[in-house]
Structure formats: structure tokens, C-alpha cells
Design a protein around this ligand. Structure first.
Ligand code: SF4
Length: 369
């Protein structure tokens, strides 16, 4: 079993209270496959077997790249914030993960350990948590020393536990770059050979074809990040639309994967109950067969630093960054983030608890935060 969280939502709630007329179904709009305009491969990355595999993929896709003489990347910034953002979001760097990346750290409540296949993401979500956690220009760096990264995970599998869990998407959306790297496929196969470990990763993309025939042996939980149409249409540019994500999730579940719905970031926009009820109902219709399903619920939050960066990147965002309508939540590092006030959190938690329980009595809600 995967770790449970103390904040898990009660599973004994009443039937749903929200009724609505479901929106007409569309076939879904897939995410466009990212074609970076600038690609750099460092000298060390080019020596790695996986680095060469990535280069072969670039060749096959007709994407140009520059192999560097050393390991230093060229200056990636522009003269204004907007130019830096545009340029960086169009840049892929193939590098080796530094030795520090092999010292794994815990990532509660999601998993026991986090490890990284890449850092950065080509999508444009206006709340992106990477804005506050990755410094500098938002370039996507994919790791070429993948074999060392995966083998390193073996030393973190606890022999005294039945299952040790590993999260691979703290700093990237692995499926958004899979056509360029093939890294999540290799990670899934590696975990397929580790009966005492489980891989967890999450995406807002939908190009799951390469994953469907992998030997995952039930050791991977593929999670899809879902939100109401109001959010996905306005705030998550570059990702697959809701219907395409639901379709991807259905296909992954059909391929025997454990699946998960990461409902994030939850936000009480106008008519949020109808919007989220529509999303949950469509998820139920997409998963109309027996499935190993978990839910993770994460409300919208921001730090002072991430707010500044995001407002520079997305000055016209409809996201509510008004600190006066939030509560401060401090952490052990003496910094703080802004979350919804307690009453609003309670309302969201209770509403989602009831609606999920009514539609998905078989599913487990891992946490609400
Ligand atoms: Fe950030 Fe995830 Fe959106 Fe990528 S898909 S921009 S990592 S929130």
C-alpha cells in the first residue's frame, strides 16, 4: 500500500450534493509535441548512452542541436524578463544530473523519495510551482546520466518495508518531454524489475502511446493532473485539454497501470462546485471499469517569491494572488506561503470528500492539502 496521509479525507461522507448538466463531450485536444528551438548537449552528456539516445531522437524528429565542447551552457537569458522567459521556454539542455541529485530527499506526503529525470517543463501553467523552486531562466534540463540515476534509486529501497515509493515529477512533467528523451519509459521499465519499489509520476500531457506496452509489472502509478475546465482552459497553456487527459488516463488504466487523479491546484473560482462536479463526473465516465485509483487533492498556494515571478511571466493572469484573501502558512525553513483561509479549506475538503466518495467508493484519497 502507498503511504496514507493524516489529512486524508473522510471516506464515510453522504452522497453528492451537486447536480449539473454535463458539458457536451468533445474528442479532446491533445497537447502539441514540444519542438524546442534551441537544444544544447553538454560534452559529458554526449558521452552518456542515454544522451546519445536523446540525440538520436532529436535527429529522427529533425530538431537541430549543438554539442558543446565542455559542460558549460551558453548564456540563456534575454534582455528583459519576457524575452528570457520566451527564450528559456524554447530551450532544452541535455546535461548530466549533478552528484547532489543522487542524494535523494523525502517528499511527503507524495512518496518516500524524490528523484529527477529532468528539471523544467515546456508548458505554461500560470501557477507553476517550479517558478518558486527552480532558480534562473526556466530552461528545461533533461538528464543524460539516466542509468546512474536509476541504479542509485536501488540503494534507497528499504529492505525492511514491503514497498518504498519514488516520485519522479517534482521538477518536471516527464510526459511533456518524453518524445525527446524516452526517460519515463526507461524509468517505468526499471521499476518494473523492482518488486519492492514503486514509481509515481504525474502529467498534464496525453501522449501515452509509448507507455502502453511497457513491462511495468504494476510497479508504476501513473497520475494525471486534472482540473475544472475553467482552470485548464485559462491557466494551463501548452498542456492537453481535460478530455484528452481523461482519455490518456483511461488508456493507461486499460494497459494495467495503477492510476491516480491529482486534483490540483484546486481553487474556488465562480461556480467552482459545478465545474469540479463536471470534471469528477467525466472522470467517472472515462474510468467505467475496475481500476486501482487514488486521489490527491492540492489547493492553490503561492509564496511571495513565486507570486512575483509568476506575475512577471503572466501579467494578465486571472489567478487570484490577493494576499488579503489568504492565510499565511509557515514552514520549518522560516518562510511562508499563502493558502486559503481555514473555513474555505474546510469547505473544499468536505465538498470534495463527499463528491469523490459518492462517485468513486473504491478509490483511496491519499491526502488533501
Ligand atoms: Fe509547471 Fe506542471 Fe504546468 Fe509544467 S505542467 S508548467 S511543471 S505546472
Amino acid at each position: 500500500r502507498e503511504p496514507e496521509n493524516a489529512e486524508g479525507i473522510s471516506q464515510s461522507a453522504a452522497p453528492p450534493v451537486t447536480t449539473f448538466a454535463p458539458a457536451p463531450r468533445s474528442p479532446g485536444k491533445p497537447a502539441r509535441l514540444w519542438k524546442p528551438k534551441h537544444v544544447y548537449v553538454t560534452a559529458d552528456a554526449y558521452r552518456e548512452e542515454h544522451g546519445r539516445r536523446i540525440v538520436e531522437r532529436l535527429d529522427a524528429l529533425g530538431i537541430g542541436y549543438e554539442v558543446m565542447k565542455a559542460n558549460r551552457l551558453p548564456k540563456l537569458g534575454g534582455s528583459t524578463t519576457a524575452e528570457t522567459y520566451r527564450k528559456a521556454k524554447n530551450t532544452l539542455a541535455i546535461v548530466n544530473a549533478p552528484p547532489s541529485a543522487l542524494r535523494l530527499t523525502p517528499i511527503p506526503p507524495s512518496a518516500d523519495w524524490q528523484f529527477h529525470l529532468a528539471k523544467g517543463c515546456p508548458a505554461h501553467c500560470q501557477y507553476c510551482y517550479l517558478a518558486g523552486s527552480l532558480p534562473g531562466a526556466p530552461v528545461t534540463r533533461a538528464y543524460a546520466n539516466l542509468d546512474a540515476i536509476l541504479e542509485n534509486n536501488a540503494s534507497f529501497i528499504d529492505p525492511n518495508r514491503t514497498l518504498t515509493t519514488f516520485e519522479a515529477s517534482c521538477y518536471t512533467d516527464p510526459l511533456g518531454i518524453e518524445h525527446l528523451t524516452g526517460s519515463i519509459s526507461r524509468a517505468i521499465e526499471w521499476f518494473g524489475g523492482q518488486p519492492e519499489a514503486r514509481l509515481r509520476w504525474v502529467t498534464k500531457y496525453d501522449a501515452v502511446d509509448p507507455l502502453l506496452d511497457l513491462e511495468h509489472n504494476g510497479q508504476t502509478r501513473c497520475r494525471i493532473s486534472l482540473n475544472a475546465e475553467w482552470v485548464t482552459r485559462r491557466i494551463e497553456a501548452g498542456t492537453a485539454d481535460l478530455e484528452a487527459r481523461l482519455h490518456a488516463m483511461r488508456r493507461l488504466a486499460r494497459a494495467g497501470y495503477r492510476v491516480g487523479a491529482v486534483l490540483a491546484p484546486l481553487m474556488p473560482f465562480e461556480n467552482w462546485r459545478e465545474g469540479y462536479a463536471d470534471m469528477l463526473q467525466r472522470l467517472r465516465e472515462a474510468l467505467d471499469f475496475e481500476v486501482d485509483l487514488t486521489f490527491e487533492l492540492i489547493t492553490h498556494r503561492f509564496t511571495p517569491g513565486s507570486k512575483d515571478i509568476l506575475l512577471e511571466w503572466y501579467p494578465k493572469t486571472p489567478l487570484d494572488f490577493d494576499e488579503a484573501r489568504r492565510s499565511k502558512k509557515r514552514n520549518k525553513f522560516r518562510s511562508h506561503k499563502f493558502v486559503y483561509p481555514k473555513e474555505q479549506m474546510t469547505e473544499l475538503k468536505e465538498w470534495f470528500g463527499k463528491e469523490i466518495e459518492a462517485r468513486f467508493p473504491e478509490a483511496e484519497v491519499l491526502y488533501f492539502t
